[in-house]
Design a protein around this ligand. Structure first.
Ligand code: SIN
Length: 519
């Protein structure tokens, strides 16, 4: 084996696993397709991470998670998060890597609120919590000698002896994962990295849709790789929309954190009228799926291009600038002064509540393959995720996966499947045409946005399947003959992930949480 444990990804879940494994003496290789190890979904998170409120108890957090989850939350997962989460935040983020969380005048951690939480229990670093957490984690992880981080390395496929050995007997034992084929985007060479255990921590899939809060790298790679290897995926129809992203012709869908509403902002129509009271007793602080659909409904019914998020009327200017410095500066770049006027907002794809099915230790249906963070589905989020649970889920399950791997290490080492694994064989000769990649990506994003978006129908989903299958055939053909290229790998993964989501949405006729069937 080239390494004990291969971790694909470098976000909070990946770092949490690597820290715990390194502490127990294992050798870890982390690969990321980013130029910098920090580049991950985690880095772009704004709002915060759940810690504990003043009179908080695990049962209260579990209740909030379940209520947001629309009856589909796996309660053992919610209980683990509520019981283990706050201690890990304290041990790893506060004490070990010393994330600079905000403190109040009394020197205590500043607690903020977000939608559907019954109390203030979220800690934050201004409005760039993900960046503060990720930077602190990577600084720490980079100094640990047993951890190697390879940047600009794109995982192509998971290695499974049944698919990647020429030994005819390799197809008989249960499927197991022995690492991954990885493409070095700098020298454009692919290699195999073998490992006794592999942890998938590749983040989300928002880039398969036209409008998303996710960074460019969120192209669904982990979902597609796991699917090709034969892993079980669940709840893929539950794609969460964030209700409030900046609407401006020159801006990508920049996230306007839910903590803006947590601190008092109110949603209004472009005419300045509140509307959320028509949809939910919690008004602007209703669960995300409810708020996103309410905005959509208002936009469709009245022909609005956006709705307004008004903080200026409820918080004084100095406090707004102090609490939301990044959001304030970004809006100002687009000519919107949120201390004086409301922000035009629309919903955009934000988070996959479903993913690679894992148990309470992050184990997938494939031996030696773990999945943690957004790419996994622990069942915690049910049909709709509660705000600020995602960073915590990554922290908790990264740690739990590492603990399981360490406790069972002797078995992992003793029983490595004996089949020789083939080297990566480059078959493509043609330079991929960037015009084709670009147009195919545009097609994918439009199909997913228009037919598999906030409101779904049988006809739209059927059309999406037809169009995605066509796109898939074209791109597979293209992929077979083209030289490896990061954009092509991402496009292929995005289409495959789009198909997985659409099939799941087609099979599920019940509207629940983020999955809304108009028919
Ligand atoms: C936000 O700040 O609104 C995003 C937080 C989250 O997705 O949990």
């Amino acid at each position: 084996m080239d390494t004990d444990v291969l971790v694909i990804g470098t976000g909070v879940a990946a770092c949490s696993a690597a820290l715990e494994l390194a502490k127990k003496g294992h050798q870890i290789t982390m690969v990321t397709k980013g130029d910098r190890p920090e580049e991950s979904n985690t880095y772009h998170a704004q709002g915060g991470i759940i810690y504990k409120g003043e009179k908080d108890r695990p049962e209260l957090l579990v209740k909030d998670i379940q209520e947001a989850g629309a009856g589909a939350t796996w309660s053992p997962a919610a209980q683990i998060l509520a019981q283990e989460g706050p201690q890990l935040v304290e041990d790893i983020l506060i004490k070990k890597v010393q994330v600079p969380f905000n403190v109040n005048e009394e020197g205590k951690l500043d607690l903020t609120e977000e939608a559907a939480h019954s109390m203030r229990r979220i800690i934050h670093s201004d409005d760039f919590t993900g960046k503060a957490i990720e930077t602190s984690l990577i600084q720490h992880v980079s100094k640990i000698p047993q951890i190697t981080i390879l940047t600009n390395h794109v995982a192509i496929d998971l290695i499974t002896p049944e698919h990647h050995s020429l030994d005819p007997l390799a197809i008989y034992p249960p499927t197991s994962c022995l690492g991954a084929y990885v493409f070095n985007a700098r020298d454009r060479k692919a290699t195999k990295i073998t490992a006794a255990v592999t942890i998938l921590a590749t983040g989300g899939l928002g880039q398969a849709f036209l409008h998303t809060t996710n960074p460019d790298g969120a192209t669904g790679d982990g979902f597609a790789m796991a699917y090709r290897a034969g892993a079980k995926l669940i709840n893929m129809e539950y794609v969460q929309f964030h209700p409030t992203t900046l609407f401006h012709k020159d801006a990508k869908r920049f996230l306007i954190s839910e903590s803006v509403r947590g601190e008092g902002a109110v949603l209004k129509t472009p005419k300045g009228k509140t509307f959320m009271e028509k949809y939910h007793p919690l008004g602007s602080l209703a669960p995300r799926d409810v708020v996103a659909r309410a905005i959509h409904e208002e936009m469709v019914e009245h022909g609005y291009k956006y709705v307004l998020l008004d903080l200026a009327s409820y918080m004084d200017s100095e406090a707004v600038r102090r609490r939301f410095p990044m959001i304030y500066e970004t809006c100002l770049q687009y000519g919107i002064d949120m201390t004086k006027e409301p922000i035009p907002v629309v919903p955009a794809v934000h988070f996959s509540c479903g993913g690679v099915k894992v148990d309470l230790w992050g184990k997938t249906s494939i031996n030696r393959l773990f999945a943690v963070g957004e790419v996994s589905c622990t069942g915690l989020h049910g049909a709709n995720r509660l705000a600020s649970t995602s960073l915590l889920e990554g922290l908790v399950w990264g740690n739990r996966a590492a603990r399981w791997i360490h406790q069972n290490w002797e078995e992992y080492i003793k029983e490595i499947p004996p089949f020789p694994i083939t080297d990566w064989i480059d078959t493509g000769m043609e330079e991929p045409d960037p015009a084709l990649i670009k147009q195919d990506l545009i097609n994918l994003r439009h199909i997913m946005w228009n037919y598999v978006g906030l409101v779904r129908t049988r006809k739209r989903l059927k059309r999406a399947i037809t169009d995605l299958r066509h796109l898939w055939r074209e791109v597979e053909d293209f992929y077979k003959y083209a030289k490896l290229h990061q954009k092509l790998l991402e496009l292929r993964n995005g289409i495959q992930t789009g198909l997985i989501i659409t099939r799941a949405a087609q099979r599920n006729h019940t509207s629940r949480g983020c999955h809304f069937r108009k028919d």
